[in-house]
Write a protein that binds this ligand. Structure first.
Ligand code: COA
Ligand code: ZN
Length: 397
């Protein structure tokens, strides 16, 4: 509800609901309450004065309650109601009233925020009239749902004004029924009342993990769904790549089309970054081993990297099926990481480049730890030195 409560009325609610004087233990089936409810049901209307009396029967703290202001806040229409005169031309006195349905809803809302009311006295009489309804007003809905939702709701009421320079202070209490009330003041003014029924359960956020992209999000949250959709698409561009036009052109024109260094275009650096990130995720490493970002190039002269073009028809020319990054320490080159998209593994993507890497970077080092797949790869395609290196590594492990 977007409505705001007049500060004065909220002040009354704060005062009344923090009143600690003892209340009746059993709420509401007093003779007075029953008679008043029957009279209201019989008329179909509840005069404001009758409602005040009815509330006082069940909760003495309502003595200064401003029913008209509360009805307005809860969007319950007040009407002028007349006792039908015997002669239609005669004059009659008007009573400010709520329809019995709206009166019952008001009792429910007041109970929700912490007053002892007994809406059931009215609701019992109203339910049969709703049994065959095909459409319902808000109040009728409240009446229908009362028994299901009782004590389970949470209500937040805000003031129509705020002291902009005031300090925020909250005060909590649990009442005898088990409701949890929180009173927030800003400066000297009341600002917010929040009441949770004793059986209110915070909606349980069900966490789900997308099996494809690994993104964790809360089900049923539209905001989270949007974030997931963006992340999912981003991951898909790495896992199931589609041809990149610029890459396709580059493969036809550039001398070393797959090489990514400082002078390479930014889109290549961006594609590197995405794959460095996927590698990190898959291997569950803490750091992305790439000095660039989505917006900045990796400009280090020590860095040389490669985007792998699809050499098969699986994703087509221009699709990027993997990447790897080398780094030069002192005089020696080292392969920091290599990542091939899952569907293209064991298809010779790395094998067909290995000899060229050995030729260009010499008998380069390998960053540890090696994955089992990479260990097997080196055992088959590595240089003698690399093979010995992984034998030592395996012996140590
Ligand atoms: C490791 C990886 C880079 C290998 O690239 P690839 O293009 O799939 O390798 P190739 O197809 O050229 O494989 C050549 C040989 O290496 C060995 N090999 C590669 N992956 C293997 C695996 N998962 N299990 C067993 N042997 C494997 C095989 O002997 C293979 O030859 P075969 O398919 O004829 O049996 C790739 O699997 C990958 O990206 N894995 C996830 C990331 C990773 O582990 N990176 C290395 C971290 S150190
Ligand atoms: Zn996903």
């Amino acid at each position: 509800m977007q409505n705001k409560m007049p500060v004065k009325v909220l002040e009354f609610l704060f005062d009344a609901l923090t009143d600690k004087s003892p209340r009746r233990r059993t709420i509401g089936r007093t003779k007075g309450a029953i008679e008043l409810s029957q009279a209201i049901l019989a008329k179909g209307w509840a005069y404001i004065s009758q409602l005040e009396d009815l509330l006082l029967e069940t909760d003495h703290r309502t003595s200064r309650i401003d029913i008209e202001a509360l009805a307005t806040y809860f969007e319950l229409p007040l009407r002028s109601v007349f006792q039908k005169p015997r002669f239609v031309t005669a004059s009659a006195m008007a009573f400010r009233s709520l329809s019995v349905m709206d009166a019952a809803a008001l009792l429910v809302y007041l109970e929700d925020i912490g007053f002892d009311t007994n809406p059931m006295l009215l609701i019992e009489g109203l339910l049969p009239t709703l049994a065959s309804a095909s459409h319902v007003t808000g109040s009728e809905w409240t009446v229908l749902a009362y028994q299901r939702l009782r004590q389970k709701t949470q209500t937040t009421i805000r003031a129509d004004a705020i002291d902009k320079d005031g300090e925020w202070a909250s005060n909590k209490l649990k009442d005898t029924t088990g409701r949890r009330l929180e009173f927030t003041r800003v400066g000297a003014q009341p600002y917010q009342l929040q009441v949770r029924g004793p059986k209110h359960r915070k909606p349980r956020h069900e966490f789900v993990t997308c099996e494809y992209c690994g993104h964790e999000y809360t089900k049923g949250d539209p905001e989270a769904a949007l974030t997931h959709r963006a992340e999912h698409a981003r991951v898909r561009r790495c896992l199931d790549p589609t041809p990149v036009k610029q890459f396709k052109d580059r493969l036809l024109t550039a001398k070393e089309p797959e090489l990514v260094i400082d002078s390479s275009p930014i889109w290549m650096h961006r594609q590197m970054y995405e794959r460095a990130f996927r590698f990190k995720r898959e291997m569950q490493f803490d750091f992305t081993q790439w000095e660039g970002s989505a917006r900045h190039k990796n400009a280090y002269p020590e860095s040389q990297a490669y985007l792998f073009a699809d050499h098969t028809a699986a994703y087509g020319p221009g699709a990027i099926v993997g990447a790897c990054a080398f780094w030069k320490d002192e005089a020696r080159w080292r392969l920091r990481w290599v990542w091939v998209c899952p569907n293209m593994r064991r298809a010779g993507v790395l094998t067909r480049r290995w000899a060229q890497f050995l030729a260009r970077y010499g008998d380069f080092e390998l960053d540890l730890p090696l994955s089992p797949a990479m260990g097997t790869f080196i055992a088959k395609h590595g240089s003698d030195r690399q093979k010995n290196f992984i034998k030592d590594f395996k012996a140590e492990a």
